[in-house]
Design a protein around this ligand. Structure first.
Ligand code: GLY
Length: 244
């Protein structure tokens, strides 16, 4: 019998880039895992993400750093583990206090489709410094804009779904970036080739603006069986307004 403390809160994803000694905490994101609006239905590989996360403010992130990130890196060092890469910490906000839900040795998907857009400094340089043990000299610069990412999926996903649907993908505006997940190009045409097809990520000066841009483009991408969640980021908008 395993007895665990019940944690009631909202989760966010914290990515720590480390060269095994020093670290940088990347912009925080929140993902949306279930297939249906209002967090209903089956779990998926991720239906969308937003960054920043309103409750992950300076005070909260200071707690994350002191209580989770530093002890984690110190633990790796004390156990002689030379870990160079990303530590993904799933963090639950329980009344303003951060609790670890899970660790992964990778970035998260679809959080990455929001997080990398919010890294204004050279991301490749960050990866080089992770590998060469020189992250201590890296100046991480965050883009202050908001990013929202909406995942387009195939009808039936995360159950059985069809592939091979021809796609019409208009060229996105400059503030929108498309991440191809389950697509394939044949004879100059793009077809669906997976359950999670395309992530539409957009910048905005506010979360609302970022969401609006991503949803506008999500509507313009066409293929038979297109499905997506319509409520990405809505809980965070309510939270930011103090309604929850
Ligand atoms: N978005 C959750 C994960 O990548 O595990």
């Amino acid at each position: 019998v395993v007895v665990e403390e019940f944690l009631n809160g909202v989760e966010c994803s914290v990515f720590v880039a480390t060269d095994g000694k020093n670290y940088r905490i990347l912009p925080v994101a929140k993902d949306y895992k279930r297939i249906g609006d209002g967090d209903t239905g089956l779990n998926t590989g991720g239906m969308g993400s937003v960054s920043p996360v309103p409750f992950a403010d300076e005070v909260f992130m200071q707690k994350v750093e002191e209580r989770i990130v530093r002890p984690t890196i110190a633990g790796l060092i004390s156990e002689g583990i030379d870990y160079r890469g990303i530590i993904f910490v799933g963090v639950m906000n329980v009344g303003g206090d951060p609790y670890v839900i899970e660790y992964n040795c990778r970035m998260g998907d679809p959080e990455t489709e929001a997080v990398v857009l919010r890294i204004e400094s050279d991301f490749l340089e960050l990866l080089r410094r992770i590998a060469s043990g020189r992250i201590g000299f890296y100046e991480l610069k965050e883009d202050q804009r908001c990013v929202a990412s909406v995942m387009l999926v195939s009808r039936g996903y995360p159950g059985n779904y069809e592939k091979g649907k021809e796609m019409e993908i208009p060229i996105p505006p400059t503030d929108t970036i498309l991440f191809h997940a389950g697509t394939v190009m044949r004879d100059g045409k793009v077809y669906t080739n997976g359950g999670r097809v395309l992530a539409v990520s957009s910048y905005g000066s506010t979360p609302e603006a970022a969401l609006q841009r991503s949803y506008t483009h999500a509507r313009q991408v066409l293929y038979d069986g297109k499905n997506y969640r319509h409520d990405i980021g809505q809980d965070m908008l309510l939270l930011a307004k103090g309604d929850r």
